[in-house]
Write a protein that binds this ligand. Structure first.
Ligand SMILES: Cc1cc2nc3c(=O)[nH]c(=O)nc-3n(C[C@H](O)[C@H](O)[C@H](O)COP(=O)(O)OP(=O)(O)OC[C@H]3O[C@@H](n4cnc5c(N)ncnc54)[C@H](O)[C@@H]3O)c2cc1C
Length: 463
């Protein structure tokens, strides 16, 4: 009999945790009895890829960031490096909708602020007063005090309301499906916080950083990477490395109990499992239910992490049916444009192998913290609204060759102001429950690479 460990949740965090447990058991020669319990009939959580009519369709995540090392390192250990594909950086441009037209984000604009002067000055995205207000970042003093601040307040304070409304808000909605006025700067974009602390001005900090990287070329990976066969390749490779029979599907966990030195994991069908250690890698609202009778304070802390709902709508067209040149990775839609969509990725431009020759695949996001009501509409109405938007913005009148709508209810954790304090309190309470660990996108990073990291950390913590 080896050490019995149960992992709850078969999203990327749970799979990475289970895989790391198996790796550690092999490395240390300590036998392991592993069970992964997943409520749904498939593993992957928000990650799912479908192939249809020669198109490759992602239901949820379509890529991960190469700057954070954990997902890349895992891909290497899984022998998946040859399957990784880069973005086509000839088209590394994002458009922003302004007055019903797509205007390019100026070259060198880095998420919130410009790193290059000339493209910024000549951009039609911002008004002259807006540009002057952004330039005031060069002279404004740094903020004193260490308490958390919302991303909205930060951008307004340093760069002005127009920078927030035109760029900060839609980019944040595209990444976090969040309202920038509730989103924690420290938990989501600590890089910008550090820039203010170290350099005072964001524009100066970005300019200095861009000078440092000039001349450093030939980076192996683009900022975003994915797999030739879609993100599900990672899920399948992870699941394939687990000990045979260790993953149990349609197994919903309803509660956790401590029985002496051991854990008792209760399932919805009334059965239970004993374990020496448990990793809960489900969404925080689900984890809260599981620990309610074990530790009410912990359950309350977990419930304090809200989630937003969103949906992706993927549409395929013949290339000649789209008037726009599609010379970018996609566009984002500022809330002040009052349109029913958040963003659109030109999937077949951004990544190779997403559409057959002569065709294009587009993916639209709707919903998010500021427009969750959209998801109460039925599929037909959502698709009709999306087609109307693509008609106006990209000049598409033809019906799509293929349409897929994927709903992601309460799937995107919202890192609100004070999030890191909540996470620290959760971590303190966990110290009172040896053998119990949490993992997943709810805590210290929502991206795939962060989720891999949290799963692997949880595996080390209970091994
Ligand atoms: C639409 C969308 C697009 C995204 N795009 C990107 C992207 O391009 N790049 C990127 O890096 N990140 C992206 N993200 C974020 C990223 O997908 C997620 O943060 C990450 O996949 C979360 O993984 P996870 O394992 O923590 O959670 P999940 O994938 O949510 O998995 C949790 C699992 O736990 C299971 N579970 C829940 N309750 C129970 C229970 N009681 N018993 C048993 N099992 C249970 C669920 O069924 C689920 O399978 C996106 C997210 C969404 C929603």
């Amino acid at each position: 009999m080896g050490r019995r460990v149960v992992v709850v949740g078969g999203g990327v965090a749970g799979l990475a945790a289970a895989h790391r447990l198996a790796e550690l058991s092999g490395e240390r020669g300590v036998p392991l009895e592993l069970t992964l319990l997943e409520a749904r009939g498939r593993v992957g959580g928000t990650i799912a890829t479908e192939r249809a009519q020669g198109f490759l369709i992602e239901a949820g995540p379509d890529s991960f960031i190469s700057e954070k090392p954990w997902a890349l390192a895992l891909s290497e250990r899984l022998g998946l490096v040859d399957r990784l594909v880069r973005t086509d950086d000839r088209f590394r441009r994002t458009y922003v909708v302004r007055a019903g037209r797509l205007e390019p984000l100026p070259d060198g604009f880095q998420l919130l602020a410009p790193a290059r002067l000339r493209p910024f000055v000549s951009s039609r995205l911002f008004s002259w007063p807006g540009k002057l207000r952004m330039a005031m970042d060069l002279v404004l003093p740094r903020r004193l005090g260490a308490d958390d601040e919302s991303l909205g307040s930060f951008v307004r304070r340093r760069l002005g309301a127009e920078a927030l409304e035109r760029v900060g808000q839609p980019l944040v909605a595209g990444i976090y499906a969040s309202d920038p006025d509730t989103l924690s700067l420290a938990a989501t974009m600590p890089r910008f916080l550090e820039m203010e602390r170290a350099h005072r001005s964001l524009i100066l900090a970005l300019w200095r950083a861009s000078r440092r990287v000039q001349g450093v070329s030939g980076a192996r990976w683009s900022l975003f990477v994915t797999f030739a066969g879609g993100m599900e390749e990672l899920v399948r490779a992870l699941a394939g490395r687990l000990p045979p029979g260790s993953a149990r599907l349609s197994a919903r966990v309803v509660g956790l109990r401590r029985e002496g030195e051991r854990w008792r994991v209760g399932l919805a069908d009334g059965s239970g499992l004993d374990a020496d250690a448990v990793i809960v890698a489900a969404e925080a609202h689900q984890a809260a239910r599981m620990v309610r009778s074990l530790d009410l304070a912990l359950a309350h802390l977990l419930e304090a992490i809200p989630y937003a709902s969103s949906a992706t709508i993927t549409l395929a067209y013949r290339r000649d049916e789209i008037r726009h040149p599609l010379d970018g990775f996609g566009f984002v839609v500022p809330r002040l444009e009052r349109r029913p969509i958040l963003a659109c990725t030109f999937s077949s431009v951004k990544y190779p192998g997403r559409a057959p020759a002569g065709h294009a695949l587009l993916r639209v996001f709707v919903g998010g913290a500021q427009d969750g009501g959209v998801l109460e509409e039925d599929d037909e109405r959502i698709v009709a609204a999306v087609r109307g938007e693509l008609g106006e913005l990209l000049g598409i009148t033809a019906p799509p060759l293929l349409t897929r709508l994927h709903r992601h209810p309460a799937s995107m954790p919202q890192y609100q102001v004070g999030h890191l304090t909540t996470v620290e309190a959760i971590e303190r309470r966990l110290k009172g429950h040896p053998g119990l660990a949490l993992a997943g996108g709810a805590y210290r990073g929502v991206g795939i690479s962060d989720c891999v990291h949290s799963g692997e950390d949880a595996a080390s913590a209970v091994s």
